[in-house]
Design a protein around this ligand. Structure first.
Ligand SMILES: NC(=O)C1=CN([C@@H]2O[C@H](COP(=O)(O)OP(=O)(O)OC[C@H]3O[C@@H](n4cnc5c(N)ncnc54)[C@H](O)[C@@H]3O)[C@@H](O)[C@H]2O)C=CC1
Ligand SMILES: NCC(=O)COP(=O)(O)O
Length: 332
């Protein structure tokens, strides 16, 4: 298998030190990855953390495997400005974006088995002219026409999928449609079978309004949009239940009745998973022609450069990406 590729993310965030921690756990089974980052800034970061961590620039992703046992393999992406932990600099936006583009090129060419992204500081990139609200949408754009990105977060015992992603709550509600819900549900069901080995997945679909609308008394989206989408999916043979009240579909016993919860907007899906298991949450983008995962957390600027951030979610993202890539390779 080719190595994974890991992007730098926001260099003023915690991504670099998490990559160090992940590489340090290689003997415990963290899969081999090539880090797309600036070797000089990584060296400075390691020194400031008091780490004697060998960093080895490599020319090709394929060189990572030979280097892995003795040094952290880095595909160099030079940064424009010196990095100050906790203080993102828009001058580095170009390099952050180039790292993502190079990673997609490598995974598309088969030189990397899957793509794992470190978190970006979205506002800094957007202010620097980045046209996408997040990786999910950018990766779909890079993947080309036909890619419909679906965000799924997973931790032991729970998977959640927001139907609408990075947009205002007002526009998310306006954008809900039967077609959107059915498209996301079909992609989710197919991915649960292909990538997670669930032969006949059960999807639980949330309502939008309190008490799933209380029969129309608290809103009509359940009646006009969500229930018809569920009927269409059931007619296609997909196991779907709902619309369920969002406040009661995440307790322990409820979580055991479905394989993924489809929610109407970002926070409805992400609050339960980040509350239940922030440390082991993994963000997976479905609907792309390649495997992409990331940790569930963001840049944590308040922890950057301290060495105190937990690497567990990044390690879970690396392990999940490796497992998904192996499952797909075995099915070919
Ligand atoms: N995939 C991505 O690129 C993502 C990027 N972000 C971006 O991250 C930036 C900051 O977002 P926030 O909402 O502040 O979320 P955040 O996840 O960066 O931080 C929230 C809280 O969790 C803590 N935290 C985060 N990761 C941690 C770790 N590994 N170990 C220990 N504590 C940790 C932070 O210190 C902070 O107190 C935003 O620009 C956001 O857009 C957020 C989520 C995903
Ligand atoms: N909160 C999850 C999130 O924002 C993930 O964003 P991205 O993976 O699309 O960058």
């Amino acid at each position: 298998m080719p190595p994974l590729v890991l992007t730098m993310g926001e260099p003023a965030g915690i991504g670099g030190e998490l990559a160090f921690a992940a590489w340090s756990r290689r003997a415990a089974g963290v899969p081999c990855f090539a880090l797309l980052d600036d070797p000089e800034r990584l060296g400075a970061l390691a020194r400031s953390l008091g780490l004697k961590l060998p960093i080895r620039p490599i020319e090709h992703a394929a060189d990572a495997e030979a280097v892995w046992a003795s040094a952290l393999p880095v595909l160099p992406i030079p940064l424009a400005a010196r990095v100050v932990p906790g203080k993102p600099d828009p001058a580095n936006a170009g390099a952050i974006i180039r790292a993502i583009e190079r990673a997609v090129a490598l995974v598309t060419a088969g030189e990397a088995s899957a793509l794992v992204t470190n978190p970006i500081q979205k506002q800094v990139l957007i202010e620097a002219g980045f046209r996408h609200p997040g990786h999910t949408e950018f990766l779909a754009d890079l993947a080309g026409p036909g890619a419909v990105p679906v965000m799924m977060l997973t931790c032991p015992g729970l998977r959640v999928v927001p139907i609408t992603i990075h947009q205002s709550l007002q526009s998310a509600i306006a954008d809900l449609s039967i077609d959107k819900i059915t498209t996301v549900a079909r992609i989710t069901a197919a991915a649960l079978t292909r990538d997670f080995g669930i032969a006949r997945p059960t999807l639980a679909v949330s309502g939008l309004n309190p008490h799933a609308g209380e029969g129309g008394a608290f809103g009509r989206e359940e009646i006009d949009v969500i229930a018809p989408a569920i009927q269409r999916l059931c007619a296609e043979g997909i196991e779907v239940e709902g619309p369920l009240p969002a406040d009661t579909m995440f307790h322990v016993r409820a979580r055991q009745t479905y394989d993924a919860a489809l929610c109407m907007y970002h926070d409805q899906a992400l609050i339960p998973i980040k509350t239940i298991d922030f440390e082991r949450g993994v963000n997976v983008t479905l609907g792309l022609p390649f495997v992409r995962t990331s940790p569930d957390h963001g840049t944590a600027l308040n922890l950057a450069g301290t060495g105190k951030a937990s690497p567990e979610s990044l390690i879970a993202a690396l392990v999940t990406a490796d497992q998904m890539a192996r499952t797909r390779a075995a099915a070919r």
